[in-house]
Design a binder for this molecule. Structure first.
Ligand code: ATP
Ligand code: MG
Length: 900
């Protein structure tokens, strides 16, 4: 049975049992604690937490999930994908354990002819939580599963909660025995590969008051309304119903694996057994390729772009692992253009938007592969240098800071460094590397925390949210009377804020826009009897709650106090201009570049906007001007700007650009500018007519990672100020070079050319001087036991290149008739250098340039080396060049047999 059919049967089965079918939310979900949706229940969290009331008692969905924690398992077990689809049924205070168990059993054991999955009931092994006698009895008495097939397990396996105080409860998992080919007998507790888990039924039964670990928490009370949350892995069911060994071999994944095998010339499965533990490493790699290609497709499809942190990094890692695995399998050419189209072919039935967006998706993926290939090329050179330096110094371990630098600067993954160092017989100081990574992570964390103003602690916000949602009036009002609901300082609730303090204010009602959708929060004031607060930032720390960060100018302000909240009207007008401007620039961009130039992120604040979009190369200045012109034309045409609410499917039909982060929330907001010209889902504030934007002036365009460009612009008065400043700059320049503005360009170009010529001339003169000096130096060669030795300190300004040229010149002039050694020192940019050259006669006497340079460089506080005939080095102490030459002198004397 095809995966699409398994999915269809699941939804229609539960629909026939009174469940509302809810579409999958995108993988990127508006939850600060989650990188990606990782379970079917995530979009329903507000209902389970009691923050919102669902419109239905029963719901069902097939939710797209990504579990980043499972990335290392891929290919090594038979059952872990990074991307997978979790089919679930949910009851909100309606049916409980018995209903959930009966439904699941009916669906899986009903024959395939009659619309079920037709699993063999005798091979199904349920597990229950150790104390959950109720579930045990249901499986045994009501359903009739024999006792020996029901396993009781502890909290680690069979208890569920969200890691925070809130709902929790025991769960019951379903496993299918795949038979002795797959592993040892004895049930799920013995072998989770043979006994494959395919469904988890969670019984949300208790309110937990404290959660310290997965298996360490306090139960406060029974929930008044008990809930059901289940998750059946679509891929795992497909594995079972398609009779394949693992989820990389099902219809939605295998074609990519097959293509990868064909490209690399590997025969998949030839050297592996049925059980995952008997897998050949090449087969594991092929599975990684197939899995990661599919996951990347799904992630980019939902708006993620490769980057160096957070979600972007996960995507980058998967794309790179796929490419790297292909390389390890022996395929060095670009591989994604051959694999990604295979994956979209399989996935588009369930997700048609992937096909529609494939131009954009593939462009991003291919650009990342290109970037990684360049990284591999340059990183390999750096690594080789580091390896030979380590070997030269007699070491066997590549230092941790080198590995870290490769990772940090060149994006070289550590596993790659390990492997390539090993190929050259070196180990890597992993502990040092890990320590540096850890330090970097902590810096990043501290940074993120300070940026978010202490929002990392969500507990205090949840408590405040429990008192009610903020009545949010940003779309209709600029001022509002309100009451202080709560005050927070450094993440802790306080009763009052004193003058001079900085903290957050939560009001029952507010006209302030909270930062979201790329638009910054409003600024303004909150006033009350005797209190005057300046609002400097506005955030929404948890859904439904607005927190104003304020500086208290006069006060105090107390909880419960009546206040007046006023958005600075100037600020708001400029913010509206900037946000509408962002939409206009986005539409202009797509008009000029085509529909694949899709926005991947944006930021706007009064006077300024920036927009990141998918595009492979930099824009020419003509293209930039064209975009600017189209955008300003739209401003001049005075297009109407309107907002309307509709359902997400309606919005899609309407052609609104859904970027990411949208959920199936009943209503979405669509902003139109000039009718269909610009239609975007957006929660921001906007002007009424495009002419109110004033002017747009594009100031820059740059790269922000592979396949993503950034356009920046000034808006409104700031656009004019920017242009005025440029005009002033031109005026100053014409004043300085004394020409008319029209001649400025030619004049500056001419000046630059003259400077270049002058520099060249200067360089020539300098070289002639060096040569003249060199000629004279020959006379200073001394005879040391039959070796002609010339040592000379060329002094300040002599670069390593100069020294080398001089040394070779001198060696030539001194000829081959007798043994010759030339040793020169010099100082360039404060750092001393040394060069030694020998001729064949000297070398025959055992005098080697490399050895002499090492001796000298040591004296200079550095290192160096080279061949027997020519070597160079450097150091840190410019005052010791004389000593360094002295050491060379002594070494030659020793070689020449002169003592004393
Ligand atoms: P496992 O112990 O096998 O890793 P789990 O207990 O972490 O799975 P649950 O959190 O119970 O999984 O998720 C519910 C269902 O989702 C599982 O029964 C399984 O069918 C499916 N599932 C979970 N993780 C994955 C994954 N990485 N790939 C495919 N399916 C998965
Ligand atoms: Mg489970």
């Amino acid at each position: 049975m095809e995966t699409a059919e398994i999915r269809r049967r699941f939804l229609s089965f539960y629909e026939s049992k009174g469940h509302t079918v809810v579409p999958s939310s995108p993988l990127v979900y508006d939850d600060p604690n989650l990188l990606f949706v990782n379970a079917g229940m995530v979009p329903f969290k507000p209902y389970f937490l009691g923050q919102q009331t669902p419109q239905w008692d029963r719901a069902t969905s097939v939710q797209k999930c990504v579990r980043t924690g499972d990335i290392e398992e891929v290919g090594k077990t038979s059952r872990h994908g990074t991307f997978f689809q979790m089919s679930g049924n949910f009851s909100f205070g309606d049916y409980f354990k018995e209903g959930a168990i009966r439904f699941a059993w009916e669906l899986i054991t009903t024959s395939q002819d009659q619309g079920g999955y037709g699993l063999d009931a005798d091979k199904i092994w349920p597990t229950v939580y150790e104390d959950d006698d109720e579930a045990y009895d249901l499986w045994h008495r009501t359903i009739g599963v024999p006792k020996e097939r029901i396993t009781r397990r502890g909290k680690l396996d069979n208890y569920w909660h969200m890691g925070v105080p809130g709902p929790g409860g025991p769960c019951s998992e379903l496993y299918l025995d795949r038979g002795p080919d797959y592993g040892r007998e004895g049930g799920p507790a013995v072998d989770e590969d043979r006994y494959l888990e395919f469904w988890n039924l969670v019984f949300m039964q208790y309110e937990l008051s404290a959660v310290r670990a997965k298996d360490d928490f306090d139960i406060a009370s029974e929930l008044p309304k008990k809930n059901i949350d289940t998750g059946m892995g679509l891929e795992r069911m497909a594995t079972l119903l398609q009779g394949v060994d693992n989820l990389y071999e099902i219809d939605e994944v295998y074609p990519v694996l097959d293509r990868a095998a064909e490209l690399t010339g590997k025969k998949y499965g030839a050297h592996s057994g049925h059980a995952a533990s008997e897998s050949h490493p090449d087969d594991v790699r092929l599975r990684v390729v197939a899995d990661h290609v599919r996951s990347s497709l799904m992630l980019i499809g939902d708006g993620v772009t490769p980057g160096n942190e957070g979600r972007g990094y996960v995507l980058r890692r998967m794309l790179r692992r796929a490419v790297r695995s292909m390389r390890l399998l022996g395929y060095d050419e670009p591989s994604l253009p051959l694999l990604l189209p295979v994956s979209v072919e399989r996935m588009k039935n369930s997700y048609p938007e992937l096909e529609a967006g494939f131009d954009r998706i593939s462009q991003i993926a291919y650009a990342e592969e290109e970037a990684f290939r360049r990284t591999l090329a340059s990183g390999t050179t750096i690594l080789d240098t580091a390896v030979s330096r380590t070997k030269d110094s007699g070491g066997t371990t590549l230092p941790g800071d080198q590995a870290f630098q490769l990772h940090d600067t060149y994006g070289f993954p550590i596993d790659l460094t390990l492997e390539m160092a090993q190929e050259q017989g070196l180990e890597v100081d992993r502990a040092g590397f890990t320590r540096l990574m850890q330090e970097q992570r902590e810096r990043a964390k501290a940074d993120a925390k300070s940026k978010k103003g202490g929002h990392a602690n969500t507990e205090v916000w949840r408590d405040l949210r429990a008192l009610g949602a903020t009545d949010w009036r940003a779309y209709s009002q600029l001022t509002s009377e309100a009451k202080v609901v709560g005050l927070v300082v450094d993440g802790v609730r306080v009763e009052e804020l004193e003058p001079g303090q900085r903290g957050q204010v939560v009001l029952d009602r507010t006209p302030f826009y909270a930062e979201s959708g790329g638009q910054v929060g409003d600024e303004g004031i909150i006033t009350a009897d005797g209190a005057h607060l300046r609002v400097v930032d506005v955030q929404r720390p948890v859904k439904g709650l607005v927190a104003h960060t304020v500086e208290v100018l006069t006060g105090p302000v107390r909880t419960g106090q009546e206040v007046s909240a006023e958005v600075d009207p100037e600020w708001r007008i400029s913010a509206c201009q900037a946000h509408s401007g962002t939409h206009v620039v986005h539409a202009a961009l797509r008009q000029v570049l085509g529909p694949t130039a899709l926005q991947s992120g944006s930021y706007n604040k009064p006077g300024y906007l920036r927009l990141d979009f998918a595009w492979g190369q930099s824009l020419s200045s003509e293209t930039r001007s064209e975009i600017e012109e189209v955008a300003n034309l739209a401003v001049r045409q005075d297009l109407p700007v309107s907002a309307q609410f509709m359902t997400l499917p309606q919005a899609r039909e309407f052609g609104a650009l859904a970027l990411f982060g949208e959920t199936y929330d009943e209503q979405v907001r669509v902003i139109e500018i000039g009718g269909p010209w610009s239609r975007e889902l957006c929660g921001g504030t906007h002007v009424g007519h495009s002419s109110q934007i004033g002017a747009l002036s594009v100031t820059g365009e740059s790269s922000v990672g592979s396949g993503v460009r950034r356009l920046e612009a000034f808006v409104g008065m700031d656009a004019l100020r920017y242009l005025a400043k440029e005009r002033a700059l031109v005026a100053e320049l014409t004043e300085i070079v004394k020409v008319q503005p029209g001649e400025l360009k030619e004049r500056v170009a001419a000046l630059v050319a003259r400077v270049r010529d002058a520099e060249r001339e200067l360089e020539k003169v300098r070289r002639e001087q060096v040569q003249a000096q060199t000629g004279k130096l020959v006379e200073y060669a001394r005879d040391l036991g039959g070796i002609r030795v010339l040592t000379h300190d060329a002094g300040d300004g002599a670069s390593a290149d100069d020294l080398r040229t001089m040394a070779l010149d001198l060696r030539g002039r001194l000829g081959e008739a007798t043994p010759v050694v030339v040793a020169l020192t010099g100082v360039a940019k404060g750092r001393p250098g040394v060069v030694v050259a020998t001729n064949a006669g000297a070398r025959a006497r055992g005098v080697k340039a490399g050895a002499l340079v090492r001796v000298a460089a040591q004296t200079l506080g550095g290192g160096g080396g080279g061949k027997d005939d020519l070597a160079q080095g450097g150091g840190t102490d410019p005052t010791r060049t004389g000593d360094a030459l002295g050491r060379i002198d002594a070494a030659v004397r020793e070689a020449a047999g002169i003592t004393g």
